[in-house]
Design a protein around this ligand. Structure first.
Ligand code: ADP
Ligand code: ZN
Ligand code: ZN
Length: 755
């Protein structure tokens, strides 16, 4: 019955399942190619966008094969390099191509509908403009004159025709101009069109942008030139190079220089940054050099903007500079010459939820192979993985020790919070050491940044009488007090509740805020320095795009004196008037229960310290901690990355943690506590038969209930030298077995590769 199909197409749909096969017949058979976006119907009514993955002649075994509804765009939506990247991600991170599709394509490119009409309504339609030209019948001098004669009695049409002739100028016959230059009255235009005098056509509004022009490149210092030369040399042999350059050493200027060389050769450049808040400052810097070639891509843009960017790049002939967060990895750059991963150590390159749980930094390295491009990673505090790859010769490694322009690295002072409390030298959350320096800096008209790794007012409220704490009813965590909203909020599920006046448990005590977050710091600063202008940068103040632009713009322009923030303020910013940085509580960084805690604490403290003293004024940093002798604190003060790396790597090696082994973190979830434990016991036993002592768990994670579901986790460590690919295959089999077990229908399992 479906012999009408000449071929079959495997189509990727934005679902967790496998690819589906559809029939291809009629005129589509000649046009369809891999990468094309198509509309297909799945089930009784649902219409999906799919991507043609493979064309073949193998009829699937099912009884009826459906045909493709229609082709959505003339050109394929993706190129071969990208398709290979999706395949690599699906294989390595153990997810479906459809899940990759969900992350990769802007939402307007993958509409879904319950009817053809609904689907069409949601489909992206490019903005169009009307363009007008003379119709063939009027396209000679003689015919045109005649037409003018005839139109004498219709003065408005006559006038519009004059405007058209005027606007067409030298291209009177054959040219076209935007309709708004001819008349603003659509009725007049329609009349002219109906009489066959003019032709009106719709053209896409945002055509490919012209990318031309000379760049004004920065003059590199001798040290920077040396680093750039070494990077070029290493690229001769290796695809990926790690630039390990101190904060303020001018890594961005080196990137710009190397990017310009790619653009001059007609190739595209992709620059990945960890944080949207960061892109604003960086884009301004890049635009000064590369002008309109610079495009940004992140979640702060509208769906339409992202879709237009995607389609424009898909048609570009090269010479593009794209700056974006991790998802920009999926943009269809066809002439990719270089991927720069700035602040490569940053955890936000990894997407932990939902699938695909990919790390954009690691994918960039894979892309060098798939797209034939180069990769440059930069950081003042490289991840130990990249550092090791540099040492072992897998990546090239270039060191840049000095700050640009003779600026000095800041002096770091450790201030003991316990000692200060004993001596009565502590006011609320500030030691005298810090307060005195803040007063001095403000007096001199310099700026101050304060880092506290927690947002909200205080992380929990506790009854002073009975010790009751406010907890989320759906998650096993305390609720954070957000004072300005007069609410308690769960940072895991978003649950909110009012702040109780009286303790709901004992009925006598008053719950009071304990601990402190950025909101409280802001409050206290306002009380301690009433004349200072204070701003706060964290997830709560940057919900809108204009939010962070305003906060950063004000601080940059000197309209605020003190910027309080979470780790958002640590990343890559370049403010020239900051002379003092305070780290308010290093303890919660040092005590974090994770094998990366030491590395992360070093990176965060060094990065935030690196925001001080970047301009003319010398910088100072105060670290408040109750553990002044903690090795990581000592290493930060000494600026000794190598010492940190040595000690941390020794620990990692002893326990086969990365980079000496690879990890898969498995989480089982269920609303049914008993079923979850039974499933975990069985699953654990099976895995242990395969992996032995490489498997840890099951154990409850630090937060063992989220959104009403109980959680149990396993960690699988595969030491170097063992096949990780085979381990993943065996793991996938066991996961599939668990998921198909009717007894455990309520149990979900999530696998996070290289968490
Ligand atoms: P990094 O990213 O390594 O921390 P940046 O690239 O932000 O450092 O550079 C620090 C500061 O020095 C910036 O203000 C930058 O404009 C300036 N700078 C660096 N290199 C140059 C250069 N070659 N010419 C002019 N200014 C430079
Ligand atoms: Zn109480
Ligand atoms: Zn919750």
């Amino acid at each position: 019955m479906d012999s009408e199909f000449e071929k079959y197409a495997d189509i990727v749909l934005p679902l967790a399942g496998p690819v589906f096969t559809f029939g291809v017949g009629g005129e589509l058979a000649a046009r369809l190619a891999p990468g094309h976006g198509v509309a297909v119907q799945l089930g009784a009514r649902k219409i999906y966008t799919g991507i043609v993955w493979r064309l073949h002649s193998e009829r699937p075994a099912c009884r009826t094969v459906k045909g493709i509804e229609r082709l959505l765009y003339d050109e394929p939506l993706m190129n071969g390099g990208q398709m290979r990247l999706w395949e690599w991600i699906a294989d390595y991170y153990m997810c479906s191509l459809g899940e990759v599709m969900r992350a990769a394509l802007p939402s307007l490119l993958k509409p879904l509908g319950f009817s053809q009409e609904e689907f069409d309504l949601r489909c992206f339609r490019p903005r169009t403009l009307k363009w007008v030209s003379l119709a063939a019948r009027t396209a000679t001098a003689e015919a045109l004159n005649e037409t003018f004669e005839r139109l004498k009695r219709a003065p408005r049409q006559y006038e519009a025709l004059i405007e058209l002739a005027d606007a067409l100028g030298g291209e009177l016959f054959g040219g076209a101009v935007p309709a708004r230059r001819v008349t603003s009255d659509t009725a007049v235009l329609r009349a002219l069109e109906k009489k066959g005098i003019v032709t009106v056509e719709e053209r896409e509004a945002a055509g490919p942008q012209a990318v031309e022009g000379e760049f004004v490149l920065p003059l590199l210092s001798e040290a920077q030139q040396g680093a750039a030369r070494q990077i070029r040399e290493q690229w001769q042999r290796l695809d990926t190079v790690l630039l390990h350059g101190a904060t303020g050493s001018g890594k961005t200027e080196i990137y710009i220089t190397l990017m310009a060389e790619q653009l001059a050769a007609g190739r595209d450049v992709l620059m990945l940054v960890p944080e949207i808040a960061l892109t604003a400052q960086l884009i301004a810097r890049l635009r000064r050099v590369f002008g309109d070639r610079v495009t940004s891509y992140h979640s702060g843009l509208t769906d339409r903007q992202r879709t237009e960017t995607y389609l424009r790049l898909n048609r570009s002939r090269g010479g593009e500079v794209v700056v974006g967060v991790r998802s920009s990895l999926f943009l269809p750059l066809r002439h990719l010459g270089l991927v720069v991963v700035d602040e490569e150590h940053d955890g936000s390159f990894k997407q932990s939820d939902p699938a695909p749980r990919y790390n954009a930094r690691d994918c960039a390295v894979v892309m060098t192979r798939l797209c034939g491009c180069k990769c440059l990673m930069g950081s003042a505090t490289p991840s130990l993985e990249s550092y090791m790859n540099g040492l072992s010769g897998k990546y090239g490694a270039v060191r840049l020790g000095e700050r640009y322009g003779g600026a000095q690295l800041p002096r770091i002072v450790v201030s003991d919070t316990l000692r200060a409390a004993r001596r009565n030298e502590r006011r609320s959350h500030f030691n005298r050491d810090l307060l005195d320096r803040m007063a001095g800096a403000l007096e001199r008209g310099e700026q101050v940044m304060l880092f506290q790794n927690r947002r909200g007012f205080s992380p929990y409220v506790e009854c002073d009488d009975c010790g009751w704490t406010a907890r989320c009813p759906h998650c096993n965590v305390t609720l954070t007090l957000h004072k300005s909203e007069h609410a308690l909020r769960c940072h895991y599920c978003g649950y909110r509740s009012d702040v109780p006046v009286r303790c709901p448990s004992c009925g006598v005590g008053t719950p009071s805020p304990k601990g402190f977050g950025t909101e409280k710091v802001e409050d206290e600063i306002a009380a301690l320095f009433p004349r200072a202008r204070v701003a706060r940068l964290d997830r709560d103040t940057t919900r809108s795009r204009s939010g962070y632009e305003r906060i950063i713009g004000d601080f940059e322009a000197g309209r605020t004196d003190i910027l309080v923030g979470t780790q958002m303020i640590t990343k890559g910013f370049d403010f020239s008037r900051v002379s003092l940085v305070g780290i308010l509580n290093a303890d919660n960084l040092l005590n974090y229960p994770d094998f990366r805690a030491g590395e992360r604490a070093f990176q965060l403290m060094t990065q935030v310290a690196g925001r001080a003293g970047r301009g003319q004024v010398a910088g100072e940093v105060v670290i408040q901690t109750s553990q002044p002798a903690h090795p990581v604190v000592v290493q930060v003060v000494a600026g000794d990355y190598e010492a940190m790396a040595r000690t941390q790597l020794a620990d990692r090696q002893a326990f086969f943690y990365p980079p000496y082994g690879r990890l898969a973190a498995l989480t089982l979830k269920s609303g049914d506590h008993a079923r979850l434990h039974a499933a975990a016991a069985e699953f654990g036993e099976r895995l242990r038969r395969i992996f032995g002592r490489r498997l840890l768990g099951p154990q409850p994670p630090a937060v063992d209930r989220i959104k009403g579901e109980h959680l149990l986790s396993f960690l699988l460590k595969i030491e170097g030298g063992r096949s990780f690919a085979q381990a993943r295959r065996l793991l996938a089999e066991e996961m599939a077995r668990l998921l198909s077990d009717a007894r455990y229908r309520s149990v979900k399992v999530v696998c996070n590769i290289e968490p």
